[in-house]
Design a protein around this ligand. Structure first.
Ligand SMILES: Cc1cc2nc3c(=O)[nH]c(=O)nc-3n(C[C@H](O)[C@H](O)[C@H](O)COP(=O)(O)O)c2cc1C
Ligand code: SF4
Length: 486
């Protein structure tokens, strides 16, 4: 992972945990309405992909186990991982693009209801993404994927040469020479792997996205309601299709790119289609970026504009993340796909304790507060969810008291200790297993391996009933955090 060049190691801040009375009086544990849905507290577990679905995108026992464990901690809301809206193969990521996925998702909903004893509202994040191919071997790239053109022949001084001759010449060339002959996209495909963009207007399926996506998202949301979820979170964040429409780098010439009024158009049309496809009892909100971080990307002013537009259109919540883009990601190894959390924008999304002077904790808060103010100034009361480096009661409660956000989300701390909300509420904060923010979990995510936490995945492996991931050479990890009974 990329780290700020200052490489200042920040200690985990001291935490003072509340007693039962203080917790009961805290804003954090007061109810809040998210549109039609009543949250019992303002605590939220944001989407995390744990790499446990089948290759075909179905719910597995391990997916069930992951959400069951998180639900036992009784957060006000739990958001199921990014789940694909289309009916296309996408590896072991959950999918909701067809009714055949319904039975598994229904079981998942029932599990969360039961495990949280009805205390947690369960939403699902729905996503669309474009093609990202693995970085190819150089030889494979030139012999299989590369399309020679007149431009290449001219640059090589090979007029009339066959495709094969051009390919072979390029294959034998060193990197600096290739930089002269290939264009930026060809170089990217060679060194990072081919990646589609929403601005690839020469690709018919990309040109058609505004026509296709509202229907895809709407059908997925209707399915989510049928499965029993309390709502959907439209994934408009990080490196994926909808975030790319919102991005300041989107210059599509068809009315869906350029000025921010155009960039927000498809996200609003998707929202409108989703709203029409679900009942008034179902919550619909979006997760988007307070700042894209990448050069030329959207900044907080854009995000404030989008937030007001989304709130005005009637979204039930606005959840803010940060960064996580392909644009500044590190070059992947041959055979691996580029991963959008390896550059500076990835750092901002999941900051670690090796940081700059600001440190990793609450880096998103100031921007989220600005976005929330803009929404309030527009006369709208839509709840705003903040995430990024949330680690303690006092920090979370302070954010709510100062009106910087309405709901506090913690991903890694909830993975480190799914019971942390409950322990806090019961005055047992001293028992919380605190996340150390060094991103072992994110490293697993990057390798598409089942996500676990280093603080508990080797603990009590031989206890009765503990299921483990067998990793070869005698290495084992447990799938879920050890049980905790109050
Ligand atoms: C393993 C892992 C998987 C994640 N998957 C998603 C995802 O599916 N969708 C999403 O919006 N964010 C995802 N995130 C980002 C988190 O929701 C969150 O924004 C980020 O970790 C920062 O919050 P934290 O400091 O509380 O961990 C993921 C994070 C981790 C660690
Ligand atoms: S592995 Fe555990 S302790 Fe480390 S960052 Fe992830 S959740 Fe936190």
């Amino acid at each position: 992972m990329w780290h700020p060049p200052e490489r200042i190691t920040h200690p985990l801040p001291e935490a003072r945990w509340p007693g039962v009375g203080e917790a009961a009086a805290a804003l954090l544990f007061k109810p809040l309405r998210v549109g039609p849905v009543a949250l019992e507290s303002r605590t939220w577990v944001p989407a995390m992909v744990p790499w446990r679905a089948t290759e075909e995108g179905f719910v597995t026992e391990e997916v069930i186990g992951w959400y069951e464990r998180l639900a036992r901690g009784r957060p006000g809301a739990l958001v199921a991982e990014a789940t694909g809206v289309r009916d296309i193969p996408s590896g072991p990521l959950l999918r909701i693009g067809h009714d055949r996925f319904l039975p598994g998702l229904q079981r998942l909903v029932e599990t969360v209801r039961r495990a949280s004893d009805g205390h947690t509202r369960f939403l699902i994040q729905i996503i669309d993404f474009l093609a990202v191919k693995r970085r190819p071997e150089k030889e494979k790239f030139f012999r299989r994927f590369f399309r020679p053109t007149e431009r290449h022949r001219e640059a090589l001084g090979m007029p009339g040469a066959s495709d094969e001759a051009v390919r072979e010449r390029l294959l034998g060339m060193a990197d600096p020479d290739l930089d002269r002959v290939l264009d930026a996209r060809e170089i990217e495909s060679l060194r990072f792997g081919y990646r589609e963009r929403v601005t690839d207007m020469d690709l018919p399926h990309v040109r058609d996205l505004p026509r296709v996506l509202p229907g895809n998202f709407a059908a997925a949301a209707a399915r989510a309601e049928k499965a029993g979820f309390d709502g959907v979170e439209l994934h408009y964040a990080h490196a994926y299709t909808m975030a790319s429409f919102l991005s300041a780098t989107n210059d599509r010439p068809d009315g869906y790119g350029g000025p921010r009024e155009n960039r927000v158009r498809l996200p609003l049309e998707v929202y409108g289609a989703v709203r029409r496809a679900v009942s008034p009892r179902f919550a619909v909100g979006a997760r988007f970026l307070a700042d894209e971080i990448v050069p030329g990307g959207s900044r907080v002013e854009d995000a404030a504009f989008f937030g007001v537009e989304f709130a005005r259109a009637g979204m039930d919540f606005l959840s803010l993340s940060r960064g996580g883009k392909f644009d500044d990601a590190k070059q992947p190894g041959v055979g691996w796909a580029v991963y959008p959390y390896t550059g500076p924008s990835g750092y901002e999304c999941m900051p670690t304790v090796i940081s700059d002077a600001r440190g990793p904790f609450g880096r998103n808060v100031a921007d989220v507060a600005r976005i929330r103010s803009a929404v309030r100034e527009a006369g709208l009361e839509t709840p705003v969810v903040v995430s990024g480096g949330i680690h303690s009661f006092e920090q979370a409660e302070g954010i709510l008291r100062r009106g910087e956000a309405d709901i506090v989300a913690a991903a890694r701390q909830s993975l480190a200790d799914p019971d942390w909300w409950r322990k806090m509420r019961l005055g047992r904060g001293a028992e919380i297993r605190r996340c150390v923010f060094t991103n072992y979990c994110e490293g697993l995510d990057q390798k598409h391996r089942p996500v676990t936490c280093k603080l508990w995945d080797r603990v009590g492996l031989d206890e009765p009933g503990v299921k483990t991931i067998e990793e070869g050479a005698g290495k084992r990890r447990r799938w879920t955090a050890p049980a905790w009974e109050p």
